[in-house]
Design a protein around this ligand. Structure first.
Ligand code: HSE
Length: 433
């Protein structure tokens, strides 16, 4: 009888997929020891431009195909590993692989965020597993902890820095006092931000990742469109100076909380206390703080992107899938997304707020502003006035509030903006303390 092998079909030969192919090839012996039989690349679906890559020339040319039909016709594939990225055509490929009864490993955050519930159901129907550890946090184990290690807990909250590009920019702005535009330009020159940085700086990438984490943690279907999302482009050097003076750091946080009634999911810049764990996560690093009712707080920290960390997560999924196949373990997701929990509308969210505004430097201004806040049940916790411009007769004031409802704050912001003495509401940042 022929010796059992586990056949892998790889989709993509870009930076991530190429590194996955290298690990399967270069660590064959160590992986065989983990699994108990060889993991063998059976077919690689490439784009025509991939054929010019150095790795394509090192691999057996019979492995490579630009034809999806030829890829799916390969009989020896047990596990399809998708590292193409983007929604299309990856979504169709994953549906096709699962429908054909293949185990699937993917690093694709967009497809899992938008179609995870459907793909998990398909996997369950076919009694195969869909694994996506690399879709959030690169090499940081977080999907597996939420699926397996922390299942005894009710997850009360997730607070995550899950976009390295924005964390790099915010770290530079905080440390160098630089403005957003010049910091983004520097990040692009250094290769930390993409030429088209929109998905990262507008919070879209973090929203995909939060949809994945919150769906798993709360066992419900949270779609990217359900998540209130704001990016970092409206942050100014002045906000960082005030944050430091007040004892805070500014981070782009992905937040998911639940209570008995609501699930609350949002991505936006926040003030967090400078001595908190997440405030110390600098540069391109990611960190995910999970609060479980039994385990308490657990922090996952590491490199959230890049071919080496991402291949680490992909290969771990491949090994786990291979073990399931060999032992018939059947680790597909059993739960159905719950329907009883409702997403909290943003208007109901309660946080503290930082407000920075430019006002006329004349008697009675603060009284008018504090009246509007008071009328909206918003209590001021501290106030600073600085940088009076004698010539323009204006001053900048910064207000920190006690916890208040978002709807009340939005009404107050509109009313304050309409005051003749308010020249500009310069910024408004929520505080997670
Ligand atoms: N663009 C992402 C980031 C990495 O900046 O963290 C890939 O998920």
């Amino acid at each position: 009888m022929a010796k059992r092998i586990i056949g892998i079909g790889l989709m993509g030969l870009g930076v991530i997929a190429g590194q996955v192919a290298r690990v399967v090839r270069d660590r064959a012996e160590a992986l065989e020891q983990q699994v108990g039989c060889p993991l063998v690349l059976k077919k690689i679906k490439v784009l025509p431009q991939d054929l010019g890559r150095p790795l394509a020339k090192e691999l057996d040319s019979k492995l490579l195909t630009t034809d999806a039909e030829e890829f799916f016709a390969e009989p020896g594939i047990d596990i399809v590993v998708e590292a193409i990225g983007g929604e299309k055509p990856a979504y169709e490929y994953l549906r096709r692989a699962l429908s054909a009864g293949k185990y699937v490993v993917t690093s694709n955050k967009e497809v899992i965020a938008k179609h995870g519930a459907e793909l998990r159901t398909l996997a369950k129907e076919r009694k195969v597993d869909l694994r996506y550890e690399a879709s959030v946090g690169g090499g940081i184990p977080i999907i597996s902890p939420l699926r397996f290690d922390l299942v005894a807990n009710r997850i009360n909250g997730i607070y995550a820095i899950i976009n390295g590009t924005t964390n790099y920019i915010l770290t530079c702005m905080a440390k160098e006092g630089a403005d957003f535009a010049s910091t983004l330009k520097k990040a692009q020159e250094l290769g930390y931000a993409e030429a088209n940085p929109r998905d990262d700086i507008e919070g879209i990438d973090a929203t995909y990742k939060l949809a994945i984490l919150s769906s798993l943690a709360f066992q419900m279907e949270v779609l990217p469109g359900d998540i209130h999302s704001e990016g970092i482009s409206r942050l100014h050097a002045r906000d960082f100076r005030y944050a430091q003076e007040l004892g805070f750091a500014i981070k782009l946080l992905a937040i998911a909380k639940q209570d008995d009634k609501w699930a609350e999911v949002r991505v936006h810049p926040v003030f967090i206390p400078e001595d908190s764990l997440l405030a110390k996560v600098d540069g391109v690093y990611n960190a995910i703080l999970v609060e479980g009712d039994l385990v308490g707080k657990v922090l996952f920290y590491g490199q959230g992107a890049g071919p080496y960390p991402t291949s680490s997560a992909v290969i771990a999924d491949v090994v786990a899938a291979a073990n399931d196949i060999l032992r018939g373990a059947g680790s597909w997701v059993r739960w159905e997304p719950r329907k009883d929990k409702v997403l909290k509308p943003m208007s109901e969210v309660i946080t503290r707020y930082y407000l920075r505004m430019n006002v006329a430097d004349q008697p009675g201004v603060l009284a008018q502003i504090s009246k509007i806040l008071g009328d909206n049940q918003i209590s001021i916790s501290s106030l600073i006035q600085k940088d009076a411009d004698a010539q323009a007769q204006t001053a900048e004031i910064v207000i920190m509030t006690h916890p208040a409802r978002e709807a009340a704050m939005q009404t107050a912001l509109k009313d304050m903006a309409n005051l003749p003495v308010v020249r500009e509401i310069s910024n408004f940042i929520r505080v997670e303390a």
